[in-house]
Design a protein around this ligand. Structure first.
Ligand SMILES: CC(C)(COP(=O)(O)OP(=O)(O)OC[C@H]1O[C@@H](n2cnc3c(N)ncnc32)[C@H](O)[C@@H]1OP(=O)(O)O)[C@@H](O)C(=O)NCCC(=O)NCCS
Length: 185
């Protein structure tokens, strides 16, 4: 791929619709969270591979908050867009909504950000992806937010690593005060 290659956000945007059938239900009768995560991974791959035009792997998934339960019989719609691209990585923003046909109600289910990395199919080493053409303010905002998220994730990882290194069970025992646990060593 040429270093000067750029593709629009719209060229790789995806929509995926899936009817929530009874076999997707968990013990509580609602759609299993894992089914939704699997569909999110599928659309993230399709979006990333369409932009990169090569094989991609999921490198990381941001936290996924389930805002509303999804019922069997509802239609789930997933929207995916490339928000940000680095050298070989792409941040895919995903929005999921569910629709109750009978009541005509559409409710948000979740939003998340998947980081996909384009890799060579044989060596499995990261390969460069095309840049993004940003055509309006929404796309510019999403790209800037992607830069911020990438920076925060690195800082978070570094700080977590540091905190784990500094943790001393005897010194930190006081932090258990008021927590929902009982010491029984
Ligand atoms: C993702 C993977 C290819 C990265 O390989 P690597 O040798 O660490 O490569 P690098 O350190 O050069 O990173 C390559 C890019 O991935 C990004 N990356 C690597 N690990 C990441 C992570 N955990 N989260 C977010 N981005 C990550 C880097 O920031 C870098 O981005 P850039 O090229 O845009 O700057 C490798 O870790 C891998 O193959 N992981 C397994 C993926 C997998 O099996 N997924 C599940 C099934 S698809």
């Amino acid at each position: 791929m040429s270093e000067n290659e750029f593709r629009t956000v719209k060229a790789s945007q995806q929509v995926l619709k899936e009817l929530m059938v009874p076999s997707y239900a968990n013990f509580g009768g609602k759609v299993h969270g894992g089914i939704i995560l699997s569909l999110m991974d599928k659309i993230a791959y399709t979006c990333a591979a369409t932009h990169a035009r090569c094989y991609c792997v999921t490198a990381s998934i941001d936290s996924v908050d389930f805002l509303n339960p999804v019922e069997v019989g509802e239609l789930l719609t997933l929207y995916a867009s490339v928000n940000y691209v680095g050298k070989s990585s792409m941040e895919i923003g995903i929005k999921v909504v569910s629709e109750d046909f009978h009541k005509g109600i559409v409710k948000p289910t979740n939003t998340s950000y998947f980081t996909m990395v384009a890799v060579d199919e044989e060596t499995r080493l990261p390969v460069q992806v095309p840049g993004l053409v940003l055509e309006d303010d929404v796309e510019v905002k999403r790209f800037l937010e992607g830069i911020t998220r990438r920076k925060f994730k690195r800082t978070y990882k570094d700080e977590l690593r540091q905190a784990r290194r500094e943790l001393d069970v005897e010194i930190d025992l006081g932090r258990l005060d008021g927590e929902n646990c009982r010491l029984q060593r």
